[in-house]
Design a protein around this ligand. Structure first.
Ligand code: NAD
Length: 361
């Protein structure tokens, strides 16, 4: 089992990411060691409950009355669902002496983490991500949130987990579309921070898509290291952490305008392509680099173009509500070469518009 430390100030907020194959039984040992006096409750979506019910009650030893389930999908990331689960917790007498396990994809981690942040003014939680996206991105860094009608992740908190357990065996049940969805965030981490890692991804793409376990473990480890490093340097997104939003300014707007029918990673890959065009027009990346990335994204099975039913003007309107916007003016995190990313970049509306206009399916 590999361990990566996420350093958060004050130091007692530090935690470890454990990565390995078939390590779910280790979670029980960890809980018995550090949280033996707590009541253990688990939150998962309907899909994970169906696939993993024996493991939840077996390896994780969670009794039936401590398992809480919500309908799968992004629409569950809402204040309404948060309140419903909290009411379920209260009805089942889940008290402040409880530890919450969030077992599932990014929706479970974001929703469950936000519940943990506010339930009885905060109870500890452990992330057990099961989608590739959650393993390399959403489970690390303590951003927990639900969506609002006006935009994504607008209501939330910074609330760090006590540990993250990544069992790569759970990827065996993950549908390929969800796997590729998570790969989009992996491409992102490489592009913003580590050119060598981007070359590794390019050279190993076939094995990655076939889910060769050795390559997959290496890839997850490197992505987690990058995320952990960025978060350790800037937990509350005062500066550097904004680079993790590369591809997300346009991506979130597309995701919202599609009514969440476009998966997060797919919206981000379109966002990366558009934002690279903006970077190219500002002289921050060369046309060769832009094309190299675009070709790689396409080879991975991810989209780069905006679906016809989404209008550029609507995307521009949505940018006002992006959480990085200042007084309604969007700020971008954009590449300056492969492996390097700038943040807080204001871009002229006409540049945004022309980058969008060329990219409709
Ligand atoms: N907090 C953050 O820093 C952060 C970062 C990136 C993304 N996110 C959020 O993450 C969310 C997307 O996460 P997601 O793509 O994991 O969505 P998700 O949680 O909805 O999971 C996608 C689907 O895959 C299923 N699934 C998950 N693991 C599985 C497995 N091992 N086997 C079979 N099925 C499995 C789920 O049940 C679900 O149906 C978005 O809401 C996004 O905003 C948050």
């Amino acid at each position: 089992m590999t361990e990566i430390k996420v350093e958060i100030k004050p130091q007692d907020n530090d935690y470890k990411i454990f990565i390995g194959y078939n390590i779910l039984t280790e979670i029980r040992k960890f809980i018995d060691k550090y949280f033996s006096k707590k009541r253990i409750v688990l939150l998962c979506d309907s899909n994970i409950k169906k696939i993993y019910k024996d493991i939840i009650t077996g390896d994780l030893e969670i009794s039936k009355n401590n398992i809480f389930v919500f309908p799968k999908g992004e629409s569950s990331k809402s204040t309404k669902m948060k309140e419903k689960i909290e009411t379920d917790f209260l009805n089942h007498e889940v008290d402040r002496n409880s530890l919450l396990l969030t077992f599932g994809g990014g929706v479970t981690g974001d929703l469950g983490g936000f519940i943990a942040a506010t339930y009885y003014r905060g109870i500890p939680f452990i992330q057990i991500p099961t989608s590739l996206l959650a393993m390399v991105d959403s489970s690390i860094g303590g951003k927990v949130a639900v969506n609002h009608n006006m935009g994504k992740n607008l209501i939330g908190a910074f609330y760090q987990p006590k540990a993250v357990f990544i069992d790569t065996k759970t990827l065996e049940t993950l549908p390929q579309k969800e796997y590729i969805n998570g790969f989009s965030e992996i491409i992102k981490t490489a592009l913003i921070r580590d050119k060598k890692y981007f070359i590794f991804l390019k050279e190993n793409l076939e094995l990655i898509l076939k889910r060769d376990i050795n390559i997959v473990q290496k890839m997850i480890k490197r992505s987690c290291e990058i995320k952990a490093e960025v978060v350790s340097l800037d937990e509350k997104e005062g500066g550097l952490r904004k680079i993790l939003n590369y591809g997300h300014t346009i991506g979130h707007a597309i995701e919202k305008l599609s009514n969440y029918k476009i998966h997060h990673g797919f919206a981000v890959s379109i966002g990366m392509n558009i934002e690279n065009r903006i970077a190219e027009s500002q002289g921050l990346i060369s046309s060769m680099e832009r094309k190299e990335i675009e070709e790689f994204i396409i080879r991975s099975g991810l989209p780069v173009k905006i679906p016809k039913n989404i209008q550029p003007d609507d995307i521009i309107k949505k940018l006002k509500y992006d959480k990085k916007s200042v007084s309604g003016i969007p700020r971008f995190s954009i590449l300056k070469g492969i492996g390097n990313c700038l943040f807080d970049i204001e871009v002229d509306k006409t540049v945004i518009k022309s980058s969008l206009n060329n990219q409709i399916l």
